[in-house]
Every structure is written in C-alpha cells, then in structure tokens.
Write a protein that binds this ligand. Structure first.
Ligand code: GAL
Length: 820
C-alpha cells in the first residue's frame, strides 16, 4: 500500500498535509483526510466592528494578511501603550513606579478581527470537520457562516472545535475570528492575533480522534523496545493497523487489532534493536495508524516519536537512556524578536542552531505552551524540553492575567497542552507554573497537587515541576514537597536548605542567572552590581550585573558543578525578548530585555561564550572582551576578560605580556573566567594565547583597534532558501575599516534593498532602546552590527540583498531560492 503525504493546492488555499501535533495526514490509495492550513487570503481589521461575524459582512477594505500574523509588531513603539504604574511584587518592589516598556510598548491591546473563506469539497454526511487553532492571542471567539462556534480564553492554548454542523458543502465557508487583548494582562510582549497556524481537518466520521494517539516506550532493552500505542477513535466495526517505521521509512514492526475498549485501542508493538533518541542522536521513528471500518480504510495518520527512557532519581538526578545528564538549558519567551510572535520555522530553526553551537541541550517554554513547530524542531535537532503552562494560577501578578480564567479553564488548558504535545520525545518534564503567587497560603499546595494530578492523569510518564521563588514559604506550606521535581528560580543561597527540606532528593534550577548585558557595551569601573543603571540605558557586557533577586552565571555554575543533586539549569534567557526591560523598566525608551545570552537580533553577547566554554564539549572556546577601541581611555584601567574552555591563558597588549591567568576556585568568577583586571588601555592589539594542561600554547585570538568605518560586510546564515514564501535568511551586517577590522562602536544608519525572488522582512540591531521599527528597510548599527531578515517568494531564482550607508562601501549578497 503506497502511503504519501497529500499536497494539493486549491483556491489559493494551501491544502497541506502537515504536522499537527506530529500527527500527519497520509493518504492510502484513496484520500481519507485532508488538512487545509489557512494561510493566505485573510482579511484583518484592528478595532471592534459590529456584525463582522456575519457572512454578508463586507471586509473588502480590510487589510490583506497572511496567517500566522502578529498585528502589533509593526508598531510604532509608544510609551503610552500599556503604561503601568505598579510595584512589581515579584521584583521585591515596595513603591509603585511608572513602567513603560513592560509589554514592549507595541500596540497589542484591543480588539482585532480576522476573516477568511475556505471550501470543503466532497463534504458529505459521513464527514467530520475539525477547526484547529494552534494559538490565538487572545480570547478568540470563532464564527463560521455567521454562527458562533465557540471561544477560548488563554492565548497560548491549542484548541479545536468540531464544526461539522456549520459546514456548507461545495460553497465557501466564511470564518470570522474576534480577538481581544486586555491591558495589564502580561509581564512581557504577548503578541497579538492569529500568531500560530489555523487548520481545517476534513475526515470521515469513522476516524482517529484529534490528538487521539498516545505513544510511549515503557520498556527498553538493548535488543527490544516495547512501544505502547493508545489510539482513541470514533465509529463502529473498527480495526486498527499500526505500522512502525524507522527514520528512513522502512517498516520495522506492525500490529493489527480489533480489540477496542470503550473508544480506545491499545497496542504493544516490539521494535527490535531500537535506536534510542537523545540530544546527540535525535533518532525518530514514525507510527502510521490506519483505521478500517467494515474493512474499508477510513482514516490514516502518522505520528513521529522517539524511543527513549527518562528517569529522575533522588541524589542521582535526571537520566536519559540510563546516563545521567544535566540540563544545560535556556528559558525562552515565544517572540522571535523583529518578526514578533508570528510563528516561523526558519526563525525557530536558527535559534536552535545558535543554541546547539552554545552547547545547550534543553529549553523551557517560559511561561506558556510552546509552538508545535518548536517541538518538532527540538525532536529533530535534539533538545530536551520543559513545557510550561502558566505564569499565574488563581492569584494575580498582573491585573488582567490568567487568574481571571484559572478556575474555569486551567484543567482544559492543561489537557490540551498534554494531548497536543505528549508524543514529542523532546518533552521530558512539564511545568504547571512559574513563580505563582499561590506559593503563599494554604490553597497553593492544593492547587499544585490538583494541577499535577491532571498532568499525571493525562500523561503518567513525565514529572511535573513549578518554578518557585518563594522558597521558604514553599518549605513551610508543603507546596514544594507536593511537586515531583522542586524547581528553584534564582535563590542560589537557598539550594542547600531546599534540598534538605524537600523530600525529592534533587533540585532543578528552573530559572537561573538573569544577568543583564548589552551586546558590545562595556562600563567602567568593572565591578559586580545589582540593578545598575547608566545614562545610556545599557548594561555592561563584562557580565557582572544582575537583578536584586538574581545572580551572575558563575554562581549557578558552582552549584551545577559541586552538587550532584542539582539536576541542571534553565538560564533566563537564551535570547533577548520584547518587553520586560529590567533594570530599566521605569526608563523610556527601553522596550526589550537585557537578559539574553544572545541579543534580540540573535547575535551572541559576550556571555554566550561564557556558557559555551562549559556547555559545548565538542568545540573549543576562546573569546576575549572588551573590544579595543577606547579613544579617550588611554592609560586608564580597562580590564580584559577571557571566556575559554582552556584552563589558563596569557594576555599580551601590543606584544607585552600581562601575565598568565589560571582558573582557580578562590571565587566563582575566578573559577570560570580568566580576568586581567589591571590592564591599561593603549590602542593597538590585544592577544590571548591559551595553554593546555602541559603548558603548550594551543590557541590564540587577537583584537585590534579599528580605524574609521569603511565597508559593509554581509554574512548569511543560509545562502539557499526554500521558495515557499516563508523561508528566511538571516544576514549579519557588520562594518569594517580599510584593513578589514570590525568597527565595534559603529552606529551608522543603513538602508536595505531586496531584489529578485524574495523580499525584505525585518531587521534588528539588538539595541533595547531603539525605537526604529523592524519592518522598515533602514536601521542603525548597534555596536557595529545588525541582522537583516530576507524572506523567500514562491518562485525559484535568486534574491539580492544590498545594504548601503552614507560614506560606506556597499555590501551585497546573493541568496538562491529553490523548490527542493
Ligand atoms: C523571574 C520570572 C521571569 C522574569 C525574570 C527576570 O522571576 O520568572 O518571568 O521576570 O524573573 O529576572
């Protein structure tokens, strides 16, 4: 029987059999289900409109948009948007101050309407139609052919409705969606609109239920794996054939059953000599489920899964496939910097590629449901995943936060999270909450248990954590003892106490560091500081500045290295994100975070190399800071730091040795960094030479004082894109002097021009105070760099990006677009 993905294009609507919760449509001889991804031909209007749900409503004047879409990312930034005069209790604030950039200062608040049409050819009595939203920000109300189908509150949830009764055969069906974002509803930029995919699934009434497949691997030995497949179905006289295929598509095992219990089949299928999934070897199998009724094929789906064993054990920690492994993780918010929250696989893949180079092995989706695209990539690329649900339970953090819905919605939101994502091998832990104020008070522990029980009921294979910041309160109340895994957010000084007090025998650094820095910006004198502010609203890239509640990376490293019961860390954050501009949340125009290991453009800050030096065990790291363009600082103390995987190194300033530094345990920073604190600035060259354990020079790096900006240099992350209208190349633009030396302080205004089979999508420079809009084809360099995003069209050919700036030699790059 030939099984192939369905790719049909109809009425400008893509009929694509694509991954939905990793369940992919297949057609076996005859087509049994179709998945329409509603991407094109949406009409959008910002603001509420009466009767916009009616079929006959005239939306021809509305903006034509493509979904996924973020209605607020084009700005403009405005300090009045979501301005809040509050004391942020989580940040230990006692006095209310005016917070301007807290949610990114982008216009996400208010109502937005979307309308589109789709047709369901061959719709008949025996068909069922599901309308699936993979996230809609927020409070979506769904109307089909003028009738209300349903609504959902939480903007991060995946949800669906059976819309069979609303569908009209062989005619257009008019879909209208009303979304509404309240002010003071978020602690970061949440985005706005239909920012994730919307799909229509047309299948038989006799079929596999939405998210109805649940695959686990309860027993694994070297010679065999037992693959347990539970399949929920609808219909009568049913038979299920499940075929397991390896990554190359070869059939490795299959089972046929007609023993149904209630509405569920359960199969145990042996896979001989299983190849296990793990971060270093993310091997994926697939299970093809074929459902027959009266021996007629009625439905066929495909679910990717991994064979892998997870275990959490007191004092030993987390093991994957019987090897202890620590989480070298990062927390990520869901926005993708300059393109906002509109989901884009190329942008996600680039983030993960950068994180692989960093040596990270884990991601926490803080503080909400991850996109399905991100999970698919984590399965493929090998990342462990901590999937989180909420930032609030019943008690508020922000006036209009999730607490408004907790009592009515929390259970169904958790159920959908688990059902939609539980087949992803990457997910190894759930989180039911982050720093919820319910840590206080007797009800909190009960809520923690209630939520954890829901996770366990829906998925008995993975433990549940909560990121806790009120450690003493959770020790006293029993809240922390209830959890499968106690997660500590910061509070490095309380790890020992928590470990002693909690019964689980392990502690997860569910959120760590929150060190702040701006790429390429260095402040003097070089000292450790908390909540430090400077007149330019930037933070120092010497990586010694943190928040009142947080710490520098080195303090986490000590715990990770010295305490076997600490099972890993999730650093706040892998990338800068829109909103939450601590320590400048009361200063305009700061509008995005300073926490990232990489900046909002995805460019690595110095801190990247500090983490890389210990996380990336395959590649050596030798990185030196600061830059060496300090006109006016001649003769002044300008410390030099080296982040390296080597143990010792020697520094030379214009050929003169500044001595050898060796890592030692006297302080956390001396243990993980090499620091020359007394270097006096003189223009020229600084050079670091790294030594191996035997004192042999094994690597070196130089930094030169640059002359005037002369020429623009372009470097693309990929030079060949898919001609699908969505793929992105990220082109890093830097400016160099006449000798090709990067100019680290350049701030030239640049212009972008894209010709050929693609278009300009956005740019970002990583400056958290910039009010330049991402989608306009001009931007200033920040610390000598920025990134331009170029998007493919649907034609094969070539894109040419030209970047120019006054008085600078223009830069040009060609990017091919192909139908591969
Ligand atoms: C944590 C919180 C995060 C973020 C971070 C900043 O307490 O969980 O969402 O606000 O602080 O340091």
């Amino acid at each position: 029987m030939k099984i192939a993905d369905v790719f049909i294009r109809k009425k400008n609507t893509l009929l694509v059999a694509l991954c939905m919760a990793l369940t992919v449509s297949v057609c076996a001889q005859e087509k049994t289900r179709e998945v329409l991804t509603l991407e094109k031909n949406w009409r959008f209007h910002k603001g509420d409109v009466e009767n916009a749900y009616l079929e006959a409503f005239n939306d021809s004047k509305w903006e034509n948009v493509i979904v996924p879409h973020d209605w607020a990312i084009k700005g403009p930034f405005n300090k009045e948007i979501d301005k809040q005069t509050v004391a942020i209790v989580q940040n230990n604030e006692q006095v209310a101050t005016e917070k301007t950039g807290r949610t990114g200062a982008l216009p996400y608040i208010g109502v937005g309407w979307y309308r589109t049409k789709f047709s369901v050819p061959d719709f008949s009595e025996d068909k069922k139609v599901i309308l699936l939203f993979e996230g809609a920000m927020s409070e979506p109300e769904i109307f089909l052919n003028g009738k209300k189908v349903g609504s959902w509150n939480y903007g991060y949830s995946y949800f669906y409705f059976d819309v069979t009764e609303y569908i009209r055969a062989n005619q257009d069906n008019i879909l209208a969606v009303r979304l509404s974002n309240r002010e003071k509803s978020s602690r970061w930029y949440p985005g706005a609109g239909l920012y994730r995919n919307v799909r229509v699934i047309v299948k038989n009434k006799n079929s596999i239920d939405q998210w109805g497949t649940f695959i686990t691997t309860p027993l694994i030995t070297a010679t065999v794996a037992k693959v347990n497949v539970k399949t929920k179905v609808s219909g009568e006289n049913l038979k299920l054939i499940t075929q397991i295929k390896d990554a190359e598509g070869n059939l490795v095992s299959q089972d046929t059953t007609n023993a149904i219990y209630g509405n569920e089949f359960e199969q145990n299928i042996a896979v001989n000599n299983p190849i296990l999934w793990g971060p270093d070897h993310p091997y994926l199998y697939s299970a093809t489920s074929q459902l027959y009724s009266d021996d007629v094929l009625k439905d066929a789906t495909m679910t990717r899964f991994g064979i892998r064993k997870i275990n959490y054990e007191a004092k030993k920690g987390f093991s994957l496939n019987d090897s202890i492994i620590k989480f070298k993780g990062v927390c990520l918010h869901h926005d993708l910097g300059p393109i906002g929250t509109a989901i884009n696989t190329a942008a996600l893949r680039r983030q993960l590629t950068i994180l692989k180079d960093l040596g990270a092995n884990a991601i926490r989706s803080s503080h909400n449901m991850p996109s399905l695209e991100q999970l698919e990539l984590c399965d493929e690329m090998g990342f462990l995943f901590l999937a989180e649900s909420f930032d609030e339970w019943a008690k508020p953090k922000v006036e209009n936060g999730y607490h408004l819905y907790f009592d009515t919605d929390a259970e169904k939101d958790v159920v959908n999270l688990v059902h939609a994502t539980r087949n992803h091998p990457s997910i190894v832990m759930w989180s039911s909450g982050n720093e919820v104020p319910d840590q206080w008070g007797s009800e909190g522990a009960k809520r923690a248990k209630w939520l954890q029980d829901i996770f366990h009921r829906e998925d008995p294979t993975r433990p549940v954590t909560v990121g806790m910041d009120q450690v003493k309160a959770t020790i006293a109340s029993g809240f922390g003892a209830v959890l499968d895994i106690p997660g500590l957010n910061y509070r490095v000084h309380l790890y020992e106490e928590a470990y002693e007090a909690f019964p689980q025998g392990m502690i997860l650094g569910s959120e760590t560091a929150s060190t702040v820095s701006s790429r390429g910006i260095y402040k003097f004198p070089v000292v450790e500081a908390k909540m430090k502010q400077y007149p330019d609203l930037q933070s120092s890239s010497y990586d010694l500045e943190a928040c009142s509640w947080s710490n520098i990376p080195d303090e986490d490293f000590v715990l990770q290295d010295d305490k076997p019961w600490v099972i890993g860390e999730f650093v706040w954050t892998g990338f800068d994100y829109l909103g939450e501009p601590t320590p400048y949340d009361d200063k305009w125009p700061s509008r995005s975070s300073y926490f990232g290991i990489s900046d909002l453009a995805g460019l690595p800050k110095d801190r990247f190399y500090l983490y890389r030096s210990r996380w990336n065990i395959n590649d050596d790291t030798l990185h030196m800071l600061p830059h060496w363009n300090w006109e006016g600082r001649e003769g002044e103390v300008t410390p030099v730091f080296v982040y390296t995987s080597y143990n010792s190194a020697e520094l030379f300033v214009n050929g003169k040795s500044m001595g050898i530094q060796t890592k030692n345990k006297s302080t956390p920073t001396q243990r993980y960094r090499l620091m020359w604190m007394d270097v006096k600035y003189e223009p020229g060259t600084i050079k670091v030479v790294a030594y191996d354990a035997n004192g042999n020079a094994v690597a070196e790096k130089e930094t030169h004082t640059a002359g005037k900006p002369y020429q623009l240099v372009l470097e693309a992350d990929r030079t060949e894109l898919k001609a699908d209208g969505k793929d992105l190349a990220f082109v890093t633009v830097s400016v160099v002097d006449k000798n090709g030396i990067p100019c680290p302080t350049a701030t030239n205004q640049l212009n972008f021009d894209v010709k050929g089979t693609g278009s300009y999508r956005a740019a970002a420079n990583g400056d958290a105070t910039s009010l330049e809009m991402f989608h306009l084809p001009t931007m200033k360099l920040f610390s000598g760099k920025l990134v331009v995003l170029v998007q493919s069209a649907e034609d094969a050919g070539e894109i040419v990006l030209t970047v120019s700036g006054k008085g600078l030699k223009t830069g040009k790059i060609n990017i091919a677009t192909n139908h591969f």
